[in-house]
Design a protein around this ligand. Structure first.
Ligand SMILES: Cc1cc2nc3c(=O)[nH]c(=O)nc-3n(C[C@H](O)[C@H](O)[C@H](O)COP(=O)(O)OP(=O)(O)OC[C@H]3O[C@@H](n4cnc5c(N)ncnc54)[C@H](O)[C@@H]3O)c2cc1C
Length: 307
């Protein structure tokens, strides 16, 4: 079957879709600086909504104009070198966060997890310690069910504030959602905020758990080099890093994309890597692990953009 190509959105189409936006609109914006791996091409247009109403307008405009819409936090994705067609939306200006009462915190989706942790610590609220060292946004964390061996988003999520694909704002109770390993099954749409149920604890206890976990990360992960977190999901009962290391692949590189010598389930950008190099390295690692151990590793990263 030959799949019909979607026509590339034209500038007038994009302008029409973004008519009522108060936030920032940037044409042909390079996306590499917005990603933690620092690779990839440009967006036709990058929109930074200044409020949730803006998000509603973007979603409605994109839907009406049949324009692809991608939301980008940037820390678990690889943007291909040809960039992303249509509208890319960064929620980085949606940064409101407050306690509603009874240890219930509302946070907008653009808040980074480290800031959310600081906020919780300042109010002696426990429950987010598992997120120590995860650089993504609340929106990405909800969509990915971000987590570590200490816990995951599912444990604290009470409800999701969403803009549906029809451009309607909706509260979705967490009890109605399914959570998987690094994936939340959400109704289609954009996460614009979340209600998190935390619990009171001693400040010292929160600090000590967080500090220990950050120390563990610093000693085991290549945090000083651009990367996008774990490349592959851990297969059931095993660890992707262990398999890659046992296959002798630490330090393997294509151009400036390298399997980290510190943690084999990280690929780092040594400076001038391209997405093509990164993705070729991913294929190579996958092939070698499959050949040596018969395990087909599944990508945790999301690969986005034009092929
Ligand atoms: C050094 C480092 C360490 C990391 N450690 C961990 C870890 O221990 N555990 C872990 O789980 N992750 C980890 N990550 C990966 C990453 O930070 C998380 O997966 C994070 O939740 C992704 O958030 P993001 O905002 O960057 O989303 P992105 O990476 O941009 O997007 C991830 C997915 O979520 C979707 N998405 C993003 N925002 C929204 C939104 N507002 N509404 C709907 N969908 C959305 C995107 O479309 C995409 O499909 C690490 C990353 C780095 C760089």
């Amino acid at each position: 079957m030959v799949r019909a190509e979607r026509p590339r959105p034209t500038v007038p189409m994009l302008r029409r879709a973004l008519l009522h936006i108060q936030g920032d609109i940037r044409w042909q914006e390079p996306l590499a600086p917005l990603t933690s791996l620092q690779v990839g091409g440009s967006a036709d247009v990058l929109v930074i909504p200044s409020n949730i109403e803006d998000v509603v307008h973007v979603v409605r405009g994109a839907r009406l104009g049949k324009i692809p819409l991608t939301v980008l936090g940037g820390t678990n994705v690889v943007v291909r070198d040809k960039g992303i067609r249509g509208i890319v939306m960064s929620l980085k200006a949606l940064t409101n966060i407050y306690e509603e009462g009874n240890q219930l915190v509302y946070t907008q989706a653009g808040v980074r997890l480290p800031r959310l942790m600081q906020f919780a610590l300042g109010r002696k609220l426990s429950g987010m310690e598992w997120a120590a060292g995860i650089p993504g946004t609340v929106g990405g964390g909800v969509a990915m069910n971000a987590g570590t061996r200490l816990g995951e988003m599912q444990n604290v999520l009470k409800a999701v504030d969403q803009v549906t694909i029809h451009g309607k704002r909706k509260r979705v109770e967490a009890s109605t959602l399914s959570f998987m390993y690094r994936k939340t099954i959400l109704p289609k749409g954009i996460v614009v905020g979340a209600w998190l149920q935390l619990a009171t604890a001693l400040k010292g206890t929160i600090q000590s758990v967080t500090k220990d976990y950050l120390h563990y990360r610093k000693t085991t992960q290549p945090l000083t080099m651009p990367n996008a977190g774990s490349v592959f999901k851990n297969p059931i009962g095993d660890s992707a890093g262990r398999l890659i290391e046992a296959a002798g692949l630490k330090g393997l590189h294509i151009g400036d994309a390298e399997v980290s010598t510190k943690h084999a389930n990280f690929i780092v950008n040594r400076g001038a890597a391209t997405a093509e190099q990164v993705l070729s390295l991913v294929r190579k690692v996958r092939e070698q692990v499959a050949r040596k151990f018969g395990v087909r590793l599944q990508l945790e990263w999301k690969v986005i953009g034009e092929r």
